[in-house]
Design a protein around this ligand. Structure first.
Ligand SMILES: Cc1cc2nc3c(=O)[nH]c(=O)nc-3n(C[C@H](O)[C@H](O)[C@H](O)COP(=O)(O)O)c2cc1C
Length: 182
């Protein structure tokens, strides 16, 4: 059984669904140690080399990943360079063609350039909108952003933009492959 360190940032639960989905594609259920990136910089219980994989699944809010993700990478930079680290960035921009790659997705690109970091695997995944769950002012901001980016929504819109088939394919490759050559 493989031991996986999972770092998660979710506010409304969709990113947790994505993390659970990726983990569920593993041929053998992994033993997972979860840390919440919104609660601060994760302090894993074991040295990082004790985990076969490190899976980071984090959503973007107002243009940014959680600061604890940046801090974690800076703290463990040297060790992360030798480990099987996958970064899954969840955001709405990723719903557009070509915006699901590390170079095509503006949030991933900015994060990786800022950190001068290249995780072994990296993908952007389109998230979801559950407008009735958000306060009025957030609804207004999201309505404006979605209108400006060509996908108008209403205060009642509940929509899952995740391409689950594409994610299943990516996950299959993730679990099959050994750590990519670096
Ligand atoms: C208040 C708020 C701000 C958001 N800001 C952005 C953003 O700047 N860019 C983007 O692409 N998506 C943005 N999103 C979309 C989220 O990344 C998407 O809804 C994701 O699925 C949220 O995941 P969660 O349910 O795990 O919190 C925002 C969503 C909310 C609710």
């Amino acid at each position: 059984m493989s031991r996986v360190l999972v770092l998660l940032a979710t506010r409304h639960g969709h990113t947790r669904r994505i993390a659970d989905f990726i983990l569920a594609q593993s041929p053998v259920p992994p033993e997972c140690e979860w840390h919440d990136l919104l609660a601060g910089v994760p302090q894993p219980s074991l040295p990082l080399v004790a985990y076969e994989r490190i899976l980071i699944v984090a959503s973007v809010r107002y243009g940014h990943f959680p600061p604890a993700l940046t801090a974690f990478v800076r703290q463990y930079r040297a060790q992360l360079a030798t480990l099987d680290v996958a970064l899954v960035g969840v955001n709405l921009v990723a719903r557009k063609p070509g915006k699901d790659t590390p170079s095509g997705n503006p949030y991933l690109r900015k994060l990786l350039v800022t950190l001068d970091w290249q995780p072994a695997r990296c993908i952007a995944v389109a998230g979801a909108l559950a407008m009735p769950a958000y306060p009025r002012w957030q609804q207004l901001i999201l309505q404006l952003i979605m209108r400006l980016t060509g996908s108008p929504v209403t205060r009642a819109t509940v929509r899952d933009y995740t391409d689950w088939e594409a994610l299943a394919q990516w996950s299959a490759g993730y679990w099959q492959a050994a750590m990519p050559a670096r």
